[in-house]
Ligand binder design. Structure first.
Ligand SMILES: [Zn+2]
Length: 363
C-alpha cells in the first residue's frame, strides 16, 4: 500500500485539477476496478455521469471526491493504481509547476491523445515508471471525461488553477497494472463526532463504507487522550504496539514504514503489548510517529519519485531519511548497534536491539 504522503500528493493533485469539473462521460475499458460498486459497472456510469466534483478529501489513506448530489466517488489505489489527469494544461503551461509543494508532475508524452501533458497525480519528479504504464492501453481501466470549469474565476485556495481548464477536454484515468485498485460511488454519511470527515473539506461527512476508518494521526479532530482516546485504547489492549499502530480502526494513516520509524524514535520494540506501556510512553510513540509522517509529507510533495518506490511505498528521497525501516544489518543511527529485522503480525519489523529492548516473554 502507498504511505500517507503519497495519498496526500494524489489528494492535493485532484483538488487542483479535478475539483469543480463535471463528469461528462465514462469509458469502462475493464469493469474489474468497479467491482466494489453496488449494482456493477452500469450503476457506476449512471451515478457518476453528470455529477460535479466538489472536493478532494482524505482520511488516513482513504480518498474520496464528494459529488454535487451528496454522494462521493471513492478511489482505492491498491498497490499499483495511478490516477492520471490528462489535458488540463495547454502547451503554454508546459513548464514544471513552480509552486514548491506542487502535487503535479508534468511529463513529456508524445503519444498523449488529449493534448498538453498528462498530470501524474502520484508523482512529482521524473515519473518514468508511471509513464511506461500510463501509455500502455492494457493498463488503462477506467476513463472519466471531464468538463471545463464552469467559471473562469474559480475560488481561491485549493481550487482549480485559473485558466487551466479552458477548452481542454480533460480526462481522469485510472491506470492499474495489478488490478487491486478501484473506483465506486458511495453515499456520504455524517461523522459520529460532527467534526470534518477528513483533510480537504470542512463538511462533517464521510463515505458510508469508511465509517470504520479512524481519524489519522495528523487530524486535529483525533481524540488522543480521554476515555475513548487513542492512548487509552492502546493501553487497554494486550496486542503488540506495532500491530495497534497499523490498526486503521484505532488510528489511520500509519503504514509499516511510519510504524517502524516512530517506534525507533520512541525507543520501543514493536512486540511490546499496548497494556505494558505507560500513558506517557504511548503519547511519545504517537508523537514521534506523527513527526515522521509530517516529514514524509514535506518530502512527498517535492521529491517523490515513483521510479524508486518500493512495495511499501518508500520513495527514494524519503528512504535516505529513514532510521529504521529497511536498515536491517546496518548500524543504528543512535547507538551504532547492528539493526535487526523480524516478522511481526505478518509484516517486517526493523529495530535496534539496544535502543528498543525486545520483551522477554513473547511467543
Ligand atoms: Zn540503537
Amino acid at each position: 500500500m502507498p504511505e500517507l504522503s503519497e495519498v496526500e500528493v494524489v489528494r492535493a493533485g485532484l483538488a487542483r485539477h479535478v475539483v469543480g469539473r463535471t463528469v461528462t462521460g465514462v469509458e469502462v475499458l475493464d469493469p474489474r476496478p468497479l467491482r466494489r460498486q453496488d449494482g456493477g459497472a452500469q450503476a457506476f456510469v449512471d451515478r457518476i455521469t453528470g455529477r460535479t466534483v466538489t472536493a478532494a478529501v482524505r482520511r488516513g489513506k482513504f480518498l474520496w471526491l464528494p459529488l454535487d448530489d451528496g454522494r462521493a466517488l471513492s478511489a482505492h489505489l491498491g498497490m499499483s493504481g495511478q490516477l492520471l489527469v490528462r489535458g488540463t494544461t495547454t502547451a503554454a503551461a508546459s513548464e514544471p509547476d513552480p509552486e514548491p509543494v506542487s502535487a503535479a508532475a508534468f511529463l513529456t508524452d508524445p503519444s498523449a491523445q488529449h493534448g498538453g501533458r498528462p498530470v501524474d497525480l502520484s508523482a512529482t519528479e521524473q515519473p518514468r515508471y508511471v509513464r511506461d504504464i500510463s501509455t500502455s492501453p492494457r493498463h488503462l481501466r477506467v476513463r472519466l471525461h471531464l468538463s471545463t470549469y464552469p467559471s473562469a474565476d474559480p475560488s481561491a485556495g485549493e481550487g482549480p488553477v485559473p485558466g487551466a481548464g479552458s477548452g481542454d477536454g480533460a480526462v481522469l484515468d485510472l491506470v492499474d497494472q495489478r488490478m487491486l485498485g478501484g473506483l465506486h460511488v458511495v453515499d456520504l454519511v455524517p461523522t459520529a463526532d460532527g467534526a470534518p470527515g477528513g483533510m480537504g473539506s470542512p463538511e462533517p461527512l464521510l463515505p458510508a463504507d469508511a465509517t470504520h476508518i479512524a481519524r489519522d494521526l495528523l487530524d486535529p479532530s483525533l481524540e488522543r487522550t480521554g476515555p475513548g482516546g487513542v492512548v487509552t485504547r492502546v493501553r487497554a489492549s494486550k496486542r503488540a504496539i506495532k500491530t495497534l499502530l497499523l490498526d486503521q480502526g484505532l488510528v489511520s494513516g500509519i503504514g509499516n514504514i511510519y510504524a517502524d520509524e516512530g517506534l525507533w524514535e520512541a525507543g520501543v520494540h514493536g512486540l511490546r503489548p499496548g497494556a505494558a506501556i505507560g500513558p506517557r510512553g504511548v503519547a511519545r510513540i504517537l508523537e514521534s510517529t506523527a513527526e515522521v509522517m509530517r516529514r514524509a509529507l514535506e518530502a512527498g510533495g517535492t521529491s517523490f519519485d515513483a521510479l524508486y518506490v518500493d512495495v511499501e511505498g518508500a520513495s527514494g528521497f524519503f528512504a535516505r531519511e529513514l532510521r529504521a525501516y529497511g536498515r536491517q544489518g546496518q548500524d543504528c543511527r543512535r547507538c551504532g548497534t547492528s539493526m535487526l529485522r523480524e516478522v511481526l503480525g505478518g509484516r517486517s519489523h526493523t529495530y535496534c536491539p539496544r535502543c528498543q529492548t525486545r520483551p522477554r516473554r513473547s511467543r
